[in-house]
Design a protein around this ligand. Structure first.
Ligand SMILES: [Zn+2]
Length: 209
């Protein structure tokens, strides 16, 4: 097997073109991300989570819509992500459905939209209280948003590059993952397949320059 003879880094890069440094380091802003994600002094934490959930949803929904013509049941028969993870949609009866990526992300976006417009879950009136279990719903939304970006990196990176959208994608991804880390919104196991993107490996310099 010739692959065994090559440096580990180049093998990984061939499989994950999104890790190539010249593209991976592109951002649309030099803003201090830590300042952006931290809870502003005096603000209610649930309010902060809610407003960010809405903002991330709007951005990611728009971003994935821009790529929707490339994500079809024939190009993407499964909803997959880095490490060849396959995401299953769990229906209202708890059944796991194996479905194409466009169908999975359609379900995901509709599910989130429904939650965000439900006044009992995401109240918009001043002084309204957030429901018990609010945090679990927020966590679920962020998991679905993370998977949306993960699928784009894994299956549609060449289209992203061709459209010159990678600085936006990288910025959105960094912002989202930092926000989730700061507010403990994702399980380590959900982040693990994306670890190379969150903290690009430092020990593969021969293939990164
Ligand atoms: Zn796709």
């Amino acid at each position: 097997d010739h692959d065994l003879m090559k440096p580990k880094g180049s093998h990984r890069l061939r499989k994950c073109p999104y890790l190539q440094r010249q593209n991976a380091c592109q951002r649309i802003t030099d803003a201090n991300m830590f300042a952006l994600i931290s809870l502003p002094p005096g603000m209610d934490k649930a309010e902060w989570l809610a407003s960010n959930t809405v903002a991330f949803f709007n951005h990611i929904n728009l971003f994935s819509s821009a790529l929707s013509e490339f994500c079809t049941p024939s190009t993407c028969p499964t909803a997959c992500g880095p490490g060849n993870m396959v995401y299953f949609w769990t229906d209202d009866h708890g059944r796991k459905l194996k479905c194409s990526a466009p169908l999975y992300f359609d379900y995901a976006m509709s599910y989130i939209q429904e939650l965000l417009t439900d006044e009992d879950v995401f109240p918009t009136k001043a002084g309204a209280t957030f429901p018990t279990g609010f945090i679990f719903l927020v966590q679920k939304v962020f998991l679905l948003l993370l998977r949306t970006l993960a699928h784009i990196y894994w299956s549609h990176y060449s289209e992203v590059l061709a459209l010159d959208m990678h600085p936006h994608l990288n910025t959105l991804f960094s912002h989202l993952t930092l926000f989730c880390q700061q507010h403990s919104l994702l399980e380590p196991e959900d982040m693990k397949p994306l670890q190379d993107l969150i903290n690009p490996p430092q020990n593969t310099e021969e293939s990164f320059n």
